[in-house]
Design a protein around this ligand. Structure first.
Ligand code: GUN
Ligand code: FE
Length: 448
């Protein structure tokens, strides 16, 4: 494979020193960052590879989102202004339960389009109960880096027809994990995804955790402590708070990603820390569903892993990481003071901290020699951005002012998936046409 030299305006490395490099380029060989090259004495006429000239754009690592529901993208705007349990019972469960392979495929493609064009290059997806192979097929076809798994549910009092037996869940999970863990040259890995306590028996949770041992490098991904009514129900069922219950059945460790963690007591926060549990923070979902505000500054201060995710399209209602970064910063300031969750801290949550949560920080999350070339180019030379873009202000621009409109090009494993503002993996018009058609048919199958 020919070597490529990507020349940006500047490189936001997100390395341990948070270096920002000017007059440097990134050399890419076989999908990896071979080296960072000083351009001081560089003569392009003497370079024997391809030169990718992006001198007007800022190079950053691809964003990493640690909680997504691709299967829900089709339902964007169809479940507004409801709190979690109503939202699930009256909308999301009936909709998800009505997916055919075709409607699921349409949903996943719409979601991947939204994510890729917003600069997300790695995601952790929660999947759905049926037809999970469709999600894997689309993840592989899109080229995105992903952890994904079928959403496990062996009980469902809110919507009883949307679940399967414990044995069915375990068997199908094992089969999907065997087929897709480390697929697409290791770019796609399995994320075991028991949905939440209200949809999972203790046997299912425990045996899933045991099954993980056969799949090194996978993660255990579940919702926890999102909403007060949900937690009350967990308490009635188990006699314990959500995280305390998880600890009591032995499923918490450094491979566990708990999504939300909005309402925790002091003991639960300690439990997260001592078990090295990862927290996936989804601020727009937490606000839109009225769930509350997680004490993220405290978690970070206590050394708990925190990363970001948009959750599903019907609870945010957009999958852009820029929304999540901005909200992650802003919502804490009235509570903890304006100095918390500064732009650099938040930008790291969306990049290297996401990589650490998934244990892939040796591969992605920063721009350093040896890592995969998962890269994003931003055009920050805009009238709506800070005009004095010195090193400190660059994070302000990305976290507080930028949107996905500023994303120009996106590369995964050194391959462009978006360039010059255009998605190279999907035809947007076709996605809309097909999505509308599938949604129309789905809405005829379900009455909500
Ligand atoms: N808890 C259980 N299922 C879901 C879901 O689909 N979305 C959110 N936000 N919380 C959940
Ligand atoms: Fe979720």
């Amino acid at each position: 494979m020919k070597r490529k030299l990507l020349i940006p305006k500047q490189i936001i490395t997100v390395n341990s020193k948070n270096e920002i490099l000017h007059n440097n380029a990134v050399e890419i060989v076989k999908g990896k960052i071979e080296r960072i090259v000083s351009l001081k004495d560089f003569k392009s006429s003497e370079y024997d590879g391809d030169i990718l000239d992006y001198r007007n754009y800022t190079l950053i690592p691809g964003f990493i989102q640690t909680h997504i529901h691709l299967c829900q993208t089709l339902f964007r705007g169809l479940a507004d202004d409801l709190e979690l349990l109503d939202w699930l019972q009256r909308r999301i469960f009936p909709y998800e339960n009505s997916h055919t392979k075709k409607s699921l495929r349409a949903s996943v493609r719409l979601g991947l389009h939204d994510l890729l064009t917003g600069g997300t290059t790695t995601l952790l997806d929660m999947g759905t109960l049926h037809h999970q192979e469709v999600i894997f097929e689309e993840l592989i076809a899109s080229g995105i880096r992903a952890f994904a798994g079928n959403c496990m549910m062996d009980k469902n009092e809110l919507y009883p027809t949307f679940c399967e037996t414990t044995d069915w869940n375990l068997k199908s999970t094992f089969d999907w994990a065997k087929s897709f863990h480390n697929s697409n040259n290791g770019k796609v890995k399995f994320g075991f995804a028991p949905r939440f306590v209200l949809s999972c028996s203790e046997k299912l949770l425990k045996e899933t955790k045991e099954m993980m041992e056969d799949f090194s490098g996978s993660v255990f991904h579940t919702h926890s402590s999102e909403n007060k009514s949900e937690i009350e129900t967990v308490k009635r069922m188990t006699g314990k708070e959500n995280v305390e219950y998880f600890e009591s059945i032995g499923i918490l460790d450094e491979n566990t990603i708990l999504v939300h963690c909005v309402h925790l007591n002091d003991n639960e926060v300690k439990t997260l820390r001592t078990n090295s549990v990862r927290v996936a923070h989804c601020p727009s979902s937490n606000l839109k569903l009225g769930s509350g505000i997680a004490n993220i500054p405290r978690y970070i201060k206590e050394g708990i892993s925190v990363s970001l995710g948009a959750d599903g399209a019907p609870c945010n209602n957009g999958l852009s990481i820029f929304n999540e970064m901005r909200l992650a910063a802003l919502i804490q300031k009235p509570i903890h003071g304006s100095t918390v969750m500064d732009a650099l801290t938040v930008f790291r949550l969306a990049t290297i901290e996401g990589a650490k949560a998934l244990h892939i920080e040796k591969e992605v999350g920063s721009i350093e020699a040896g890592k995969k070339a998962d890269l994003v180019l931003l055009d920050l030379e805009k009238a709506d951005q800070p005009l004095q873009l010195d090193d400190e202000k660059i994070y302000s621009s990305i976290v507080y002012s930028a949107t996905k409109e500023n994303v120009r090009s996106v590369m995964i494993d050194g391959k462009l998936v978006m360039d010059a503002g255009r998605c190279l993996m999907f035809d947007e018009d076709e996605l809309i046409k097909n999505g509308k058609n599938e949604l129309q048919q789905l809405l005829k199958r379900v009455h909500v």
